[in-house]
Design a protein around this ligand. Sequence first.
Ligand code: PMP
Length: 418
Amino acid sequence: MNINFTTATFRDFENIPDYNIAQRAEIFYEFLEYMKSNGHMNYRLKNTTGTNSVVSVDIENQNKEYVSFVSSDYLGFTQHPKVKQAAIEGIEKYGTGTGATPLIGGYFDYHNRLEKKISSFFGRTEDEAVVFTTGYTANSASLQCLMQKEDLAILDMAVHASMYEGCAFTNKKTFPHNNLEALEHILRTSENLYRTKLVIIDGVYSQDGDTSYVNEIYDLVKKYNAFLMVDDVHGVGILGETGRGTLEEANLLDKIDIITGTFSKTFGSLGGYVIADKKIAALLRFQSRQQIFSATAPPSSAGIIKAIDLIDEEPVWREKLWSNINYFKKGLDDLGLDTGITRSAIIPVKIGDPHVTGDVGRLLIDRNIYTNPILYPAVARKDARIRMSVMARHEKEHLDKTLNAFEDINKKLHIAKK
Ligand code: PMP
């Protein structure tokens, strides 16, 4: 079709009413070819070691080593010998899969131990936790179960895609990110119109790494008799005096109606969880579609139980992570680069123009540094950025190598904002 993708993106063509699947796929295919021809394909690169290991080898058979900033294995627990050992023991004992949904027998004793462990991590009881197979479904399946056509979901615009998916069949209103006046306006004007009003926010936002105004939002939620759901997948293990996340920092751990999270980031595995009042938890356990129709997390998830313990037993990983975050962010800031308002292990370098951002991604790959250029629709059209996740296992030499690369790239492409 020969679309000029320097001025458009495939999303602009997505909703053309009379285009069928094949035509839409053709446009997307052209878009991929365009991205490849510009060297802007940092996405889905094959690597042979996993990117959690900080240095990932042999991306696309180049036989080179890359410093990786693309994994959310923040504390390095995917590589921790004790976590690996517990996962191996899980496999030895139960095999490699569960073969069933929880309602028909796929609920093994390690799922139950996991629910006990994660609930007590948050100071709750076992019957207040439900384990899901991914963080994505902890959000989407729970919301789909709880929110129906008589209800209203009020979402911060920047919440994760899984939240939006969960709200497909309910009424939805969004407010600009962290905008308390806009949130209050929605709460005030929708009073008495809906059965349930549920405000949905993230603890840490996944593209800017900033945190929600959770205390103020909690007060508004109480004032207008609504409920509050917080997804803190990028905060748990990282923020808070003892690593309980954004809600520990805000002193709200025991006050939030629904807390959701993942086992795929800080806890180094796969899976998700919901923490809620025991009756809401029971509703989710028996009525959410993931729990009824989809298989449970595999026996290697037994490793998560150890990973949760390690948050308290080995705080050194959190300390190492924060020392890396502070060092790296300061280095980028000193170069005049715009790291926005991050307060977490997610560090963006905001560039704005999507094509320049793609070029920066390619130049970093040329310097053996693997990052994610983030473009529209993940962020606003003119808010493209390089997104990096710092990990406890990064060494100073990895961070210095990356800072040097940014310094050189800045000389060439002038991406500094200050
Ligand atoms: N919520 C947020 C804010 C996320 O960033 C992610 C993962 N990208 C998820 C939920 C989903 O978690 P998982 O990858 O474990 O399904």
